[in-house]
Write a protein that binds this ligand. Structure first.
Ligand SMILES: [Zn+2]
Length: 402
């Protein structure tokens, strides 16, 4: 496509984003008003499906994991837009300046639960697709828009199900989590490790007959803590860390405890694997008589499926000169005449599966701002919401061209 026609196209995309803005805003308000805690996304999924039909998706469906999906086009390259519908739970409603489920527009922003994580992203990708459809922009690409489930509790599990169970294989994935209209190319990973010591139960009045698993755990905990300065390091993400976050044992105050278990929250840099993590920890705790494992996380979809899997969420980093990043830069440049910032996320996303496990090039771009995520002043700026839809409309055209 000529430079001229891109300029023309940008003008059309901008006009369409304005023409569709009221509908986009209404859709965002509608999904904010629907409570959709993780595993309880049914009404939000149905509302999103209705919107995907209304904007002209050629096919809409709910997959095994209960994600809302819409498809546009028939080209050979599959582009997946992912933004999740589930939100974290409100801790104290009294802290909220506006009731969390009553979307309110104030100071040019829509306020409400999930506005910045990640319902603003859902409204951005759905309306990016709407603009694409309205302008009949076609190419050798197929676009799948996904209102994802389960992200807050088990990021990547619903995306894994779409790809591995339902056989949808995207060439690239775009995540509409908070980036404030800039680009993200990676994240730290996280995992859970459980370390256990075994002892021998005895009545607390005769401790010499038993063996305390709790006392055995003390040097283990010290050894785990002292691993911190030597954990793997990465020039972009810095050093990994681990925190002993829970301790458990039998709930019998009048006995010598026969077992003790600590849970470790470990933050990882890209490249660390389940094997490398467990080997490192076992080398430290096994000589002290303890065992270590990465537990399975119980994951239940709103459609009643069990998607249990290891509580392991690898980090990832897309190389700086990857064509997907160039396409993101070109799209922003064409729309707004300047290069976006390129950074990495502090938090974990569905990219832990797409990029971290499946190795699919993954890029983050969203209208939301990180400072409002999981906060009582949760909000998304509406002008940024409109602009994000422009990005998501133009991206496939630039992608197809490059
Ligand atoms: Zn999120």
């Amino acid at each position: 496509m000529e430079t001229n026609s891109i300029t023309e196209l940008v003008t059309q995309v901008e006009a369409a984003s304005h023409a569709l803005f009221d509908r986009q805003t209404q859709f965002l308000a509608d999904i904010i008003a629907i409570r959709s805690y993780t595993g309880q996304e049914t009404p939000a999924v149905h509302r999103t499906l209705k919107e995907l039909k209304a904007i002209g998706c050629e096919e809409t469906w709910i997959d095994t994991a209960g994600n809302a999906l819409g498809k546009i086009g028939h080209g050979s390259k599959l582009i997946l837009y992912d933004a999740h519908l589930d939100t974290n739970e409100v801790a104290d409603e009294n802290e909220w300046p506006h009731p969390p489920l009553q979307p309110t527009i104030e100071n040019g922003a829509m306020w409400g639960l999930g506005a910045s994580d990640c319902k603003g992203g859902v409204a951005a990708i759905v309306y990016g697709a709407a603009i694409l459809k309205a302008l009949h922009l076609e190419g050798d690409f197929t676009l799948v828009v996904m209102g994802a489930t389960l992200e807050e509790d088990a990021e990547g599990f619903a995306l894994r199900s779409l790809i591995e169970r339902d056989g949808v294989h995207p060439d690239v994935v775009l995540l509409a989590e908070a980036t404030d209209l800039s680009l993200r190319r990676g994240q730290r990973g996280r995992c859970e490790i459980r370390v256990q010591t075994k002892g021998k139960a005895a009545h607390a009045s005769q401790p010499h007959l038993g063996e305390s698993a709790l006392l055995k755990m003390l040097p283990v905990m010290q050894a785990l803590e002292s691993m911190n300065p030597n954990l793997p390091e990465n020039p972009i993400f810095g050093k990994g860390n681990q925190v002993i976050s829970l301790i458990q044992g039998p709930h019998t105050p009048n006995s010598v405890p026969s077992w003790c278990e600590v849970t470790i929250d470990r933050r990882m840099v890209p490249g660390e694997t389940m094997g490398s993590i467990l080997n490192g920890i076992r080398a430290v705790v096994e000589p002290l008589g303890a065992t270590a494992l990465i537990p399975d996380q119980v994951v239940k979809t709103h459609t009643g499926q069990r998607l249990d899997g290891p509580s392991f969420y690898p980090g990832w980093l897309l190389e700086e000169n990857h064509p997907l990043i160039s396409t993101g830069f070109e799209t922003c440049q064409a729309l707004w005449g300047k290069a976006p910032k390129l950074d990495v996320w502090q938090f974990s996303t569905d990219g832990t599966y797409s990029a971290g496990v499946a190795g699919i090039p993954t890029l983050g771009f969203g209208p939301e701002e990180e400072k409002y995520v999981h906060a009582a002043n949760d909000q998304v700026n509406l002008e940024k919401l409109r602009k994000a839809a422009e990005f998501y409309a133009l991206f496939p055209v630039i992608f197809d061209r490059s």
